[in-house]
Structure formats: C-alpha cells, structure tokens
Ligand binder design. Sequence first.
Ligand code: 1PR
Length: 550
Amino acid sequence: MPTVHMLDYVAGNVRSLVNAIEKVGYSVEWVRSPADVPAAEKLIIPGVGHFGHCMTNLEKAGYTEPIREHIKAGKPFMGICVGLQALFEGSEEDPQVKGLGVIPARLKKFDSKDKSVPHIGWNSANTSRTGQVTDESLYGLRPASKYYYVHSYAAPYREGELEKAGWQVATARYGDEEFVGAVAKDNVFATQFHPEKSGSAGLRALKAFCDGRRVQKLPEVPSTEATREGLTRRVIACLDVRTNDQGDLVVTKGDQYDVREKDGVSSGGAVRNLGKPVEMAKKYYEQGADEVTFLNITSFRNCPVADTPMLEILRRTSETVFVPLTIGGGIRDTVDTDGTQISALDIATMYFKSGADKVSIGSDAVTAAEEYYSRGRKLSGTTAIETISSAYGNQAVVISIDPRRVYVSSPDATPHHTIKTATKGPNGEEYTWYQCTIKGGREGRDFDVKQLVTAVEAMGAGEILLNCIDKDGTNSGFDLELINDVKAAIKIPVIASSGAGNPGHFEEVFAKTTTDAALGAGMFHRGEYTVKQVKDFLQEKGQLVRQFEE
Ligand code: 1PR
C-alpha cells in the first residue's frame, strides 16, 4: 500500500482517521519527531481540542519549522479541523498564540446569540457559493455533499479576500455566518470538517488528497436547491447495548427503561434481543444516520475495564462506519476488578483510542453537578466532565440525562424549576418538574434538569443527550415541553431523545423546538421505519437533511 505520513502530537481519536485512510487505499506512517518530517512526502496534520493547545504542542515539540519547510518545498500537506486552524495567523480562542501564518486571516468564535455553539453536525463545503456554475471539483468536494463539522471557532468568509491571496475556498453557512469549510492552494489542502467522519463524501476528499488529484470533474452540476447551505437536521440512531442472560452482547430496547420481555411465561422475562451492535450500526450508517450512539446500559459489570466488550464493538464499528460514534455507560472514576484505581479520563481515553468521537456521561454528571452547587457553583477541576473536556475538547463530552416527570399542583409545591404542562398529571396536576435520575432511572435525585444542564455547561460539557423516562419506548413522540425548557436554559447543542415512533415525530420536534438533533431507537430496531424514511420525510417537509452517498 502507498503511504501518507501523519503527525502524532495530540490526544484524540486518530483511529478513525487511520481507518479512513486505509479505506481509501493508503497506509499511515507516523511522524513521531520533527526529524521524521523531511522523510514525509504527503503529510497530514489532524487536530482536536484548542487552537492554543495544538499550536503550543507543535511549537514545544519543535514541529513548526519542519512543517513550514514541508509546505515551502511544495510537498502535499493536509490539515484537518484544528490542523486547518493552525495554518491561520491566529485565533480569538487563544489570542496570544501565533498560528503558522500560511493563510492571511484569523479565526473567530461563532456568535451564540441565536444559535448553539459549538457548531456540531453536517454542513456544506461549497466551492460554487457565488452561484457560478462550475463542473470542477476541488479535491473531490461537491457542492451538494454534506460534511461533518464540530468546532466553536471558524475563519469568517469575506468574499474575495483569501482568493486574492491565491486560495480557493469552499464555504459553509451557520445561521447568518458564512465561514471557511475548506481551503486549497498549490500543495496545501485543509478542511475545517472531519473527512474521516463525513461518510463517502469525506472519504472522497481524503482519497483525492492522497492521490494528488486536486481538480476533478464533477459527475454532474447540481441544482441550486441541492446546494442549499446550512446545518442539516441531525438524525441519530441509538443502540442500548447489554449482555443478555446467555452472556451475549445484544442491542436491546426498553419501555420506560425496562428492557425485559413482558409476555411472562413464554419469554421468561428475558432481556429483549433486537440484534448485534456492530451489524446494526453499519445498517444505520448505510441508511444515512448522521451519528451512531452506543449506550452500555449495564456498564462494566464484573469485567476488567480493559476487556470491556464495548471497546471491541467500537474498534470493529469504526472500520466500516464513517460518521461520529458516541459511547456512553460507565464513564466515571472506578476501581477495576484487580483493585486498580482507574480514572474517568483513562476510560474515556480507551474509548477514544478504540474509535469513539464522543463519550456520554450519565450518572456521574448528576453527582458532579450536585457537588458543584454544594461548593457554591465552583469548579473542582477534577470531575470527569472537566478532565475529559480539557484533554479532548468540550465537543467530546456529551451528558446523557434520564429525567422523569414529577407532577405538582402549583409551582409553590416544590423548590424545583417547574413548567406548566399540557399533559396533565394523574390527579389533574398542571405543573411538572423534571427529576434527574441515576443508574439508568433506578434512583431519583432531589435535583432538577435545569440545575443539571446549567451546571454541566459551566463544567465544560459540549452537548446534551436529553432522554425522558416517561416517553422512552412509548412511540408517542418527543417531550417537546422538556426540550424547549432545556434549550432555553443553555447554549450548547441538545439531542432530543425518547418517544420517536414515526418520521412525523422527527418533523414535529424540529419544527416545534429548536433542538439541534433528534435520536431514535426502538422504531429503527423493530424495523418499523428506516433512517432514510425519516430523512426523506423531513426533506419532503422542506427541512434540510444529509442523504447517504454511495
Ligand atoms: O450512568 O454514565 O453509566 O450511563 C448509562 C447510560 O445508559 C445512560 O446514558 C442511560 O441513559 C442509559 N441507560 C441506562 N439504563 C437504561 C435502560 O434503558 N434501562 N437506556 C438506559 C437509556 C434511553 C435512550 C433511548 C431513547 C430512545 N436509553 O438512549 O435510546 O430513549 O428510545 P425510543 O426512541 O425507542 O423511545 P452512566
């Protein structure tokens, strides 16, 4: 296999990038010291985390000069995400830190006034923004394709500016901000999106770089409608995974978190078995799922941490599924079966190395948030949320919440934040608060969802996975009241979950709330609808979606 060189300088999920490069027919040789750079013909710099952290690491390790030399020598260079940002002069994220200065512009934070930040999801990298019809594709980028982005800082696009300096630019739009999605000039190509997480569209861009095919012919010139810019509606497939009574790891699905069969005698109350995790993840990827989430719902039971079968599931899934993978369950400081202390950060690191892009924290986040308030809203710096987000970036930390409705007759009946609800309680109560639970809904806490989300946002969480026990498995639609209430409290993106029973429920949650993504489980697992049917329905209703590309 021909090779490309990749810089090994930051923590993060480089496994997916290696898998993607291998998938397009190349093998990776690691650059482990500055002395290795001159041997590289094609050099890729991945990047995660903060701009300052990335640049300081590069500088400290002595990489900046060799990288400049590589670029100056005209050898192929590709920067990905923070690897693209490193090429700029600097960033508002860490104003005192200098970039490589190859691109004459600076990065700015997205404005969170009217939208969630970070910008997470699928957006364009469109080289024909000025409306000129072109039949050329820059490094395989297509104006109608969508690519996976996750970042809070971006280079604002100002028409003509970078072009004057000889750069070709592919753009994306988030709210009313237009920004640089990809840039290319001579031997340099850089993407703000993650090609390794962008399905076939991303693999095509990686392959074009590896093959050295800067300009290609587009198979067809797309219509203006097909090139609509903006963040697409994100549809996520979720797999609750656990070992069944025979010891096999299966995808299961509960009704209000009860995953055992209800037909008593014939099934013996066995754990519902809906299929095999790796195969099902691949099926949903091919139906167009924008992300796949695995929740280990009986995390680390009686198993040495390093042998947890979820690691193998991630390794195998990340070889064939090129969209973001989230893993949840058991992300907390723990004691291994041999008595060794193992930190939440160590566990997360194992997952990232095995192919996860994000980890999802449930029970531990509730405990950490309760402690945050008891300290007088002070950060400790030692929680799983803080340690993982400072090592891997906020975007890598999702908080999974399992709330339950607690009805009250009036807001005065509880110290908790209530909402007036259209779905009255069993005794006609008109108000409800949302109680946080831990251990998969087994234990309720004297703590409400608003307290939790505001605390975890302050602690550095990047996204909220908002379940609802009352709705889970009911096929009756999402809890729109809960979603709107949480959205109003925080700026980070929210994934609506629990209750999806048909494509109309997805359309409803996107139309009636400002949720950033929506997740389904049972309706997909039972084969009632495919992810593609959901996407087609959203598209018919005028909502912007990404369709699976071969
Ligand atoms: O507490 O950090 O170890 O994480 C445990 C994780 O496992 C949490 O994310 C928690 O939500 C999840 N979990 C624990 N027990 C269960 C259970 O079902 N018994 N599953 C469970 C949660 C909820 C959703 C589900 C949606 C959509 N599953 O992920 O997929 O509700 O379902 P639907 O579309 O079929 O309605 P920790």
